[in-house]
Design a protein around this ligand. Structure first.
Ligand SMILES: [Zn+2]
Length: 255
């Protein structure tokens, strides 16, 4: 499965997918239709599927126009059926959805929003995590509790190490500046930040990351790590409380 990054707005990524075996073409979280349409036209592709992770406008804003133009099928969360216009395929946790020769498994990952889902394409080991899991960070808790988000992140953390992670925003460098304040002795994090600095200096994306990389470097997946816990003065505390404290600190971080 081919994945193409389409930058949108200040720091969003929209993803165009193509299953080579079937020729099906999908898009994930088209907040804006115009750059997606331009990419499709440049490649001579039509669009068959629109995958939506959550209801925020910078993720769904272009979906209706693309559906209208290409007669594509809109796939999203059943829990958000009331606030995703034009939803055709409404899915819950554990559902599987077919995209050409690929199958995506749906994870319900509440926290950023109550209905947020992630799509894991099993054979391609490719995750679309929306605004739940970012590289070196996680989404703000607009509609959920720390306990919900921690559980959501644990379900994504359990995916294969080599799973490529495509998230909704290019936030890696600012996330990493915060991560260094709560996990300062983590060599893998320092190395990743050097790599990220090089990429951003050349105006290149830091995405995709991998689950293995995030397990080693993302503090929000490491609330049960003794190094993170002692760095913030919470050695031995329940992971969910450590996670809540990390999220609180990040909300107030000015890096
Ligand atoms: Zn969002």
């Amino acid at each position: 499965m081919e994945v193409i990054l389409v930058p949108a707005f200040a720091d969003n990524y929209i993803y165009v997918l193509r299953d080579a075996a079937s020729g099906k073409v999908g898009v994930v979280d088209p907040g804006d239709a115009a750059p997606v349409q331009a990419e499709l036209e440049r490649r001579g592709w039509s669009l068959t599927h629109i995958f939506l992770t959550h209801h925020h406008d910078d993720h769904i804003g272009g979906a209706a126009a693309l559906k209208d133009r290409y007669r594509a099928s809109v796939v999203g969360a059943r829990a958000d059926a009331h606030r995703i216009p034009g939803l055709d395929v409404a899915l819950g946790d554990g559902a599987r959805t077919v995209f050409g020769e690929q199958t995506a498994r749906v994870f319900a990952v509440p926290g950023h929003t109550s209905g947020h889902i992630a799509f894991w394409f099993e054979a391609a080991e490719t995750l679309f995590s929306g605004d739940t899991l970012f590289s070196l960070g996680c989404g703000r808790l607009f509609e959920g509790t720390p306990a919900q988000m921690w559980e959501s992140l644990q379900s994504l953390r359990a995916l294969t190490d080599q799973t490529r992670v495509y998230c909704g925003h290019e936030y890696t460098q600012s996330n990493g500046r915060f991560a260094l304040t709560v996990d300062p002795a983590n060599d893998a994090l320092h190395q990743r930040m050097e790599e990220v600095a090089g990429l951003r200096a050349r105006n290149q994306p830091t995405i995709p990351t991998t689950i293995g990389m995030e397990r080693r470097t993302n503090p929000f997946l490491r609330a049960d790590d003794p190094g993170v816990q002692s760095a913030i003065g919470m050695a031995g505390a329940p992971a969910v409380e450590v996670f809540a404290e990390l999220r609180r600190r990040k909300d107030h971080f000015r890096g």
